[in-house]
Design a protein around this ligand. Structure first.
Ligand code: 5GP
Length: 180
């Protein structure tokens, strides 16, 4: 609202590209979790739209829970400090847990979640991220399922925000921020 001009520079991923890739990921997950009852742990808030589409394309006998982490505030750079602001209600013990994340950037959030949730003794713990920015990684994390690997852009839409806005865009776009 003050001092910067926000422009959606380009549409990076169209609604159709997203839908197609989400369907492919769902099919792969159905195959990999065949005969199991995965617990999808959706990382709020950015993954909400991706997760809603993903789970409706899956035919597995799955359960879903939500976890909230603090990340950026209004800036576009991670503070490096991650904390859980809303915890899961389900027990993870003995469960096949799939963390559903919007984007892997520095890797700090997913690294923290992996370390914290593995202490709760799940049978397996994997990560599915819609987007990945491998060039930004500060800690190495195993992202088992990736929708799209992207360049180092700040992206918004399809659940991803800038200062709590743009989540409702049906596509993923690149946001440019310039001083006014
Ligand atoms: P990390 O801990 O990997 O640096 O960042 C993870 C979180 O930062 C993501 O879950 C997401 O909320 C946010 N984030 C990272 N890159 C972007 C981006 O390009 N756009 C938006 N909107 N959020 C991002």
């Amino acid at each position: 609202m003050t001092g910067t001009i926000e422009t959606i520079e380009q549409q990076l991923l169209s609604e159709q590209q997203l839908a197609e890739r989400v369907r492919e990921l769902a099919q792969q997950l159905d195959r990999d979790y065949a005969g199991k009852r995965p617990l999808l742990v959706v990382v709020l808030k950015g993954s909400a739209i991706f997760a809603a589409d993903l789970m409706r394309q899956m035919s597995s006998d799955l359960e879903v829970d939500f976890i909230g982490t603090s990340s950026y505030g209004d800036a576009t750079e991670s503070s490096g400090h991650v904390r859980i602001v809303k915890d899961i209600e389900a027990s993870l013990q003995g469960r096949d847990v799939l963390l559903v994340e919007d984007i892997g950037d520095t890797g700090l959030t997913l690294d923290y979640l992996l370390r914290t949730l593995s202490l709760r003794e799940p049978a397996s713990l994997k990560i599915c991220a819609l987007l990945d920015k491998p060039s930004r990684r500060r800690v190495s994390i195993p992202v088992d399922y990736v929708g799209f690997s992207i360049e180092d852009h700040f992206v918004i839409g399809y659940g991803l925000d800038y200062a709590s806005r743009y989540r409702n865009l049906p596509y993923v776009g690149v946001l440019s921020l310039k001083p006014a």
